[in-house]
Design a protein around this ligand. Structure first.
Ligand code: MG
Length: 313
């Protein structure tokens, strides 16, 4: 959802999330987003005719409304109105042929998705003609060309850890990382028993503070019987989208005595990356044996550990 947002547009969401968290709001409302947009772009603020006092007044207006206790920023979802406004911003950029969504497109999207905000702007001192001017004469936003390593990061990195183990039985399919591996045994599970995909699911859910795989895809639900675990990953990507999390990197290790997994890693990375809508280069896979020790070492089971980092706007 945020792939096309410029650093500044993402900074606006970061400010909005911070405001919502500080005020103890249950959701990031369109009002918070508007505040974030104005706080991010001083030039836009001036163009609208809003003073810094006006901006402060706008902030204190919803401070009066949100009276909850401060909450942790990553856990706050976008309201339906906010999600709609973000989609509208992308539509504004599309109409202009703008490759990216900048702060101005974001403002236009907010006013299209939540027209009531026009009054909020005029209450804060904006001139009605200036509002129309600001959203009708928008410069297309183009990606800035920064040297590698100098990209601006807006938000914070969160890490999550995942672990899984499945028993191995003769005559079952062995699915690891979304790929069927030829072997005389396969993992026992309600879904396809993909130990690597399950560990990655838990790592991603952990990074986004969204619970665990058992809560979202319970093995008591017939819907998931025999299901491809790549479906779990696709569902988690939608959840991350809703919570404005972007996957940065995944590292995982699969532990089993046999078969050799290294030759299958390129195919696994491709399958996992496709389900996660990321580049295979963002995934690192490793394999270990258990040195013949314990159930894994005797070939009765296989296990996986994963760590994921996400950038939380
Ligand atoms: Mg499992």
């Amino acid at each position: 959802m945020l792939d096309r947002f410029t650093d500044n547009a993402r900074r606006a969401i970061f400010y909005a999330r911070g405001e919502a968290a500080e005020r103890g709001s249950e959701e990031i409302e369109a009002d918070h987003l508007l505040y974030g947009v104005l706080k991010t772009d001083r030039a836009l603020l001036e163009k609208l005719g809003i003073s810094l006092d006006g901006l402060q007044k706008l902030g204190s207006a919803f401070a009066k409304r949100d009276r909850g206790r401060p909450v942790s920023p990553p856990g706050i979802p976008l309201s339906i109105e906010s999600r709609n406004a973000i989609s509208q911003s992308a539509a504004v950029a599309d109409r202009q042929g703008s490759p990216q969504v900048g702060v101005s497109q974001f403002l236009a999207g907010l006013l299209a998705g939540a027209p009531r905000l026009r009054k909020t702007l005029t209450d804060a001192g904006a001139n009605a003609d200036a509002i129309d001017g600001a959203i009708s004469k928008i410069e297309p936003a183009f990606e800035r060309q920064l040297p590698a390593g100098l990209e601006m990061v807006t938000g914070r990195f969160c890490a999550g850890v995942g672990y899984d183990l499945h028993r191995l039985e003769a005559g079952r399919k062995l699915m690891i990382g979304g790929v069927e591996i030829p072997f005389d045994k396969g993992s026992v599970g309600h879904s396809d028993g993909d130990v690597l995909a399950h560990a990655i699911c838990d790592a991603l859910l952990g990074a986004a503070t969204l619970g665990d795989i058992g809560t979202h895809f319970p093995d008591t639900d017939p819907k998931w019987k025999g299901a491809s675990s790549l479906l779990f990953l696709e569902n988690i990507v939608s959840m991350l989208d809703e919570h404005l999390g972007m996957i940065s990197h995944i590292d995982a290790v699969v532990i089993c005595e046999r078969p050799k997994l290294g030759p299958h890693f390129p195919a696994m990375k491709r399958a996992l990356a496709k389900a996660l809508k990321i580049d295979p280069a963002q995934i690192n896979l490793k394999a270990k044996t258990n040195e013949g020790v314990d159930a894994v070492g005797r070939g009765e089971a296989l296990a996986a550990h994963a760590v994921a980092t996400i950038l939380q706007s």
